[in-house]
Structure formats: structure tokens, C-alpha cells
Design a protein around this ligand. Structure first.
Ligand code: FE2
Ligand code: FE2
Length: 271
């Protein structure tokens, strides 16, 4: 299976680049499955239903969220009708929405996508490790599902690396989101799981993690309430990871980063 995971879409510049480029990327890389993190799509905070619809129409199969899941409250009823948009699995019981979804993939295949949030330097939540372990136990990789993708939305590199090792051999891909800068540690772990600590964002990199650099920098210089951050508006770099897996095992055999447009040095997986 040929998978593309794209990191957090930030604001209008990220949305525009994604919707413009994704149909071409799907064709160029012959992608079977595309997963996009959309938690910052709406002016940096949350995802509105019309944006989710636009991403799905452009070629995203599943949209994941994170700590900004509920910033646009209109998403709450939408999650009940659109199961391809998922929020972190380890939100406490009773929280709206789902933390995992199985989608059909061309060729009579199925893929599990899970969104989970870390706990280090983040809101207190249920145990993400045991939550993912329980979710994976419902499926058999290589049999009932041909791929399993886990978006670990977390601040700490250590927690994300621990996640990768904990589920090495049990998932096709464990990929970090939330820190908005792509890490150079993409690899296939010893057990066959593709891994990257952070996918990076789809947003303007002349910024502070996607937000306007002036206002965002001032926050570190002084203490003033009510200063509202706004996304940077320059051309976005699309950042993500391409993974090719073996259907019989669900494990990775190729992993290559993708960076396209905007300010970061470009890199495109071989077609
Ligand atoms: Fe984010
Ligand atoms: Fe986040």
C-alpha cells in the first residue's frame, strides 16, 4: 500500500496548498491512502466542517485532530456523521467522536487509522499507550487490516519515540504531529514499523510554528493579555511522509519524506 501522511494544516495558506496540490500528489505518487492532520486548519485553531469536506474532496481519506480538536465547536455534531474525521482516542469516555476508523482501500483492502495524544507537557488524558494497545487488539495486521497508521499528537520527542518502539511490528506507521517542524529521523524500525518523530506542518515556515512571527515572538518578550495570534500568510510548505507497505504483513518497506512548496528545501519521494 502506498501511504502519504501530511502534518498539521495551519490556516488559509496550509489549506490552500493542500487543496491545490493533493489531487496531483495522489496521481503522481499513485497513493492508495492519504491521512492529513487538520487540527490547526481554521485560523490555527480547530477544523470547520466545510474545511474537512474540502480536504476529503481533494483526496484525503482520513483527517486526524489533536489538542485543538474542539476549537471550532461546529465539528462536534459533524464527527457523528463523518467518521473519517477522528479525534484523539484517549479523550475520556463520553467525549464525542471516535479515536479510530477503518477505511476501505482500493484492491479490497482495509486500513486502520488511529489518532492519539501524548501526556507529557500536554493536557492530562487517559493513558495513550494502553488505549492504542486495546485498539490494535481489535484487528489483525496483514489479515483483517492491511495497514495501521497511528498519529501520535504529542509535544515530547521522548514520548513519541517510546510510542514508536512500543508498537514496532504492530503498526505500519507511527508518526508524530503537533510540534510543526519535520524531524530528520524517518526510518523503518527493527520490527518493520515506519516512524518519524514529527511530520512537520502544512503551513508557512516564515513563522513561529505557523503563526505570525511578530505577535508570536512578542509573547516571549512581554506579558500582555488578549494578544491574539494569527497564522502566517506566506506560501505553505506541505510536509509529510510517504510510506510503502507490504499488504501481507502490513509492515513498511520504504519510507521517504515529502516537502513541497514554500520555504523548506523540497524533497519528493520517487514515483
Ligand atoms: Fe498542530
Ligand atoms: Fe497540537
Amino acid at each position: 500500500m502506498r501511504l502519504l501522511f501530511l502534518g498539521d494544516v495551519v490556516g488559509r495558506s496550509g489549506r490552500d496548498a493542500l487543496v491545490r496540490e493533493l489531487p496531483g500528489l495522489r496521481a503522481r505518487l499513485a497513493l492508495d491512502l492519504v491521512v492529513v492532520n487538520g487540527e490547526n486548519a481554521s485560523h490555527g485553531f480547530g477544523l470547520a466542517p466545510d474545511m474537512a469536506r474540502a480536504f476529503l474532496a481533494a483526496g484525503a481519506d482520513v483527517i486526524t485532530l489533536g489538542n485543538h480538536a474542539w476549537d471550532r465547536r461546529e465539528i462536534i455534531p459533524y464527527l457523528e456523521e463523518e467518521r473519517r474525521v477522528i479525534r484523539p482516542l484517549n479523550f475520556p469516555p463520553g467525549t464525542p467522536g471516535q479515536g479510530a476508523v477503518v477505511v476501505e482501500v482500493p484492491g479490497n483492502r482495509r486500513a486502520l487509522v488511529v489518532n492519539v495524544m501524548g501526556r507529557l507537557f500536554m493536557d492530562p488524558l487517559d493513558d495513550p499507550f494502553r488505549a492504542v494497545q486495546a485498539e490494535l487488539a481489535k484487528h489483525k495486521l496483514g489479515q483483517t487490516i492491511q495497514a495501521a497508521i497511528i498519529d501520535v499528537h504529542a509535544e515530547a520527542t521522548s514520548e513519541k519515540q517510546a510510542f514508536g518502539h512500543s508498537f514496532d511490528g504492530l503498526a505500519s506507521l507511527v508518526i508524530g504531529t503537533h510540534t510543526h517542524v519535520p524531524t530528520a529521523d524517518h526510518q523503518i524500525l527493527p520490527g518493520g514499523t515506519a516512524y518519524q518523530t514529527d511530520a512537520g506542518m502544512c503551513g508557512d515556515y516564515d513563522s513561529v510554528i505557523g503563526m505570525g512571527k511578530g505577535g508570536a515572538s512578542l509573547r516571549f518578550w512581554r506579558k500582555m493579555p488578549g494578544e491574539r495570534l494569527a497564522p502566517a500568510e506566506g506560501e505553505a510548505t506541505l510536509c509529510g511522509l510517504f510510506v510503502e507497505t507490504q499488504d501481507a504483513t502490513g509492515l513498511a518497506r520504504r519510507v521517504e519524506p515529502l516537502r513541497m512548496g514554500g520555504r523548506l528545501s523540497p524533497i519528493m519521494p520517487a514515483a
